[in-house]
Design a protein around this ligand. Structure first.
Ligand code: UDP
Ligand code: MG
Length: 151
């Protein structure tokens, strides 16, 4: 059984717009396993570290301000290829390029209000999970339905 994990977050606009349940549903219905979840108000320092790779980008200050503007629903999802497939479920970074059926394709218009985050590699997922979650906040269990999801 794959224990690959990814960090998925519903950004402040997604929380404010009541998109928590539809976004979670897409990951649940796909067959991925939720192993960590919390509604949290991130600090500026956490966000600056989380988006450290983007520090030099012109949109960085606006991005941090946006992410600080309200609570974020932070999650850890587990499953086979969940990092890559999680990004497919989210859709392209710019909602204008995100195809219908993806979260950003269905629920967003502007890149600076794209409602969700997903790790872009297994390594960045590990880093992000460590940043947002304490070890004991990520659980281990085997859903009894897994024999109907994995061959
Ligand atoms: N972003 C933005 N303007 C841009 C590019 C990105 O505001 O031109 C924001 C957007 O919220 C995006 C986040 O910065 O989700 C992180 O950018 P990244 O390139 O890592 O995209 P992601 O991994 O979120 O798809
Ligand atoms: Mg990214």
């Amino acid at each position: 059984m794959s224990t690959e994990q990814t960090f998925i977050a519903i950004k402040p606009d997604g929380v404010q717009r009541g998109l928590i349940s539809p976004i979670i549903s897409r990951f649940e219905q796909k067959g991925f396993k939720l192993v960590g979840i919390k509604l949290t108000q991130p600090s500026q320092s956490l966000l600056e570290e989380h988006y450290g790779d983007l520090k030099t980008k012109p949109f960085f200050p606006g991005l941090v301000k946006y992410m600080l503007s309200g609570p974020v629903l932070a999650m850890v999802w587990e499953g086979k290829n969940v990092v890559k497939t999680g990004r497919v479920l989210l859709g392209a970074t710019n909602p204008a390029d995100a195809v219908p059926g993806t979260i950003r394709g269905d629920y967003a218009i502007d890149v600076g209000r794209n409602v969700c985050h997903g790790s872009d590699s297994v390594d960045s997922a590990k880093k992000e999970i460590g940043l947002w979650f304490k070890k004991e906040e990520v659980v281990t269990y085997t859903p009894t339905i897994f024999k109907w999801i994995y061959e």
